[in-house]
Design a protein around this ligand. Structure first.
Ligand SMILES: *Cc1c(COP(=O)(O)O)cnc(C)c1O
Length: 353
């Protein structure tokens, strides 16, 4: 069975144009800096983010890890949101591999960290305390609902940091979804930060890869860290070629994903026992909840949806994440909405509710 897969935008497969570009890619040894396709991708990425340089890495996780390792020394502290991908889903790499301490501050529902919380968390000069070296934000904010951080907020945080000699990093895994949702360039969103990472392998459909962007000096240090992590790749232009197609042709169309996500959310509205979270979808992700305490769990719903050929994410016992992407067309939106209604009605009857 071919599934309608809404668990994540990471399930996106490369487009025919990408496969063609991959087959034709000129390559060289990228550890020697000699892969022309990788070099072209890196130049394009740096330009799009308004930074001096960029580096291709295998994943967003390595992008954040290598960035934070390049910014911080052992025993330094990085401030992250308590719902940040880096804190929740990157296997504790910064502390396991870097000896870097994290300070987790509450992410507000809009994905921000309150400035007064930042203010209170900055360490004084004191040998008992780890020095605050870096503040990391996330845009769009995944766990907060694919919500978008505004450039105004990001500038406030970066000004606050700069005044205190603290660096800033943006986990911009989905920065282009944020840019499209705001109708501005990704460069404007990257501008406040010393470094930015973004993913090619999510909504942009490339099979593999992320980029780290920042100053030339920073990227040189990141290149060494990438080597230490075993992320120096050789004729990787075959992957970078797909990334170039992603950056050149797959960004503007993200508006279609956002529109389909809205349409799907509207169709799901009112399905028995299901509540779309307020403000959702902000971009390409719908977050929806079942009544808490209900015997109908997301796991039961997902199992029944799967029998109908639809996959969605059960991220908590009563909370779904439904992600729209390139391979979800109008027909898939219809089928998904219909499957949800049928499953929820059936489960409700089964539970005698
Ligand atoms: C997916 C994701 C990452 C990590 O990307 P991988 O390529 O899966 O390692 C980092 N940050 C956010 C916000 C993400 O959604």
């Amino acid at each position: 069975m071919k599934f309608i897969d809404l668990r994540s935008d990471t399930v996106t497969e490369p487009t025919p144009a990408m496969r063609e570009a991959m087959a034709k890619a000129e390559v060289g040894d990228d550890v020697y800096g000699e892969d022309p396709t990788v070099n072209r991708l890196q130049e394009l990425a740096a330009e799009m983010m308004g930074k001096e340089a960029a580096l291709f890495v295998p994943s967003g996780t390595m992008g954040n890890l290598a960035s934070i390792l390049a910014h911080c020394q052992r025993g330094d502290e990085v401030i992250v949101g308590d719902k940040a991908h880096t804190f929740l889903y990157e296997a504790g790499g910064i502390s396991a591999l870097g000896g870097i301490h994290s300070c987790q501050l509450p992410n507000q529902p809009d994905g921000t960290i309150a400035l007064e919380h930042l203010q209170a968390a900055i360490r004084p000069k004191d040998i008992h305390q780890p020095p605050t070296r870096l503040i990391a934000l996330e845009n769009t904010h995944n766990r907060c609902g694919g919500v978008v951080l505004s450039p105004a907020y990001c500038h406030k945080v970066s000004e606050f940091a700069r005044e205190r000699g603290i660096l800033t990093h943006l986990d911009g895994a989905r920065i282009f979804n944020a840019a499209i949702a705001l109708g501005i360039s990704a460069k404007e969103l990257a501008d406040p930060f010393d470094s930015v990472t973004f993913c090619l392998s999510k909504a942009l459909c490339a099979p593999v890869g992320s980029l780290i962007c920042g100053s030339r000096d920073f990227i040189e240090r990141v290149r060494r860290v990438r080597k230490q992590l075993g992320g120096g790749m050789r004729q990787v232009g075959v992957l970078a070629a797909a990334g170039i197609v992603a950056l050149e042709t797959m960004i503007d169309r993200l508006a279609e994903d956002h529109a389909r996500a809205k349409r799907l959310a509207q169709k799901l509205e009112g399905a028995p026992g299901l509540k779309i979270e307020s403000g959702s979808p902000a971009t390409n992700m719908i977050f929806a909840q079942l009544e808490s305490g209900s015997p109908i769990t997301t796991k039961k719903v997902c199992d029944a949806l799967k029998e109908r050929g639809v996959l969605v994410g059960a991220i908590e016992p009563h909370r779904f994440r439904i992600v729209v992407h390139y391979w979800i067309d109008d027909a898939a939106v219809e089928i998904t909405a219909q499957a949800f209604w049928e499953v929820l009605k059936t489960l409700k009857t089964d539970h005698g509710a």
